[in-house]
Design a protein. Structure first.
Length: 67
């Protein structure tokens, strides 16, 4: 990836990657429904992704206010 200097573009790229990760983890969750250990790990990963996504969205809102 080429280095971006624009914060809005960086946060958009990070949000896109996190959203892609949510889709992938959902697919993985379907494959591992019967294993409770995997379910716990997947749940923690999903929570971390959602937390990061929410933080990036808050940053994007602050960036747009400054623009």
């Amino acid at each position: 990836m080429e280095k971006e200097s624009n914060l809005a573009e960086l946060t958009k790229y990070a949000s896109d990657k996190l959203l892609e990760s949510v889709y992938l983890i959902d697919a993985l969750e379907e494959l591992t429904d019967i294993d409770p250990k995997c379910g716990t790990i997947i749940s923690i990963i999903k929570n971390n992704i959602n937390f990061a996504f929410d933080n990036i969205e808050q940053c994007r809102n602050k960036i747009y206010i400054l623009d």
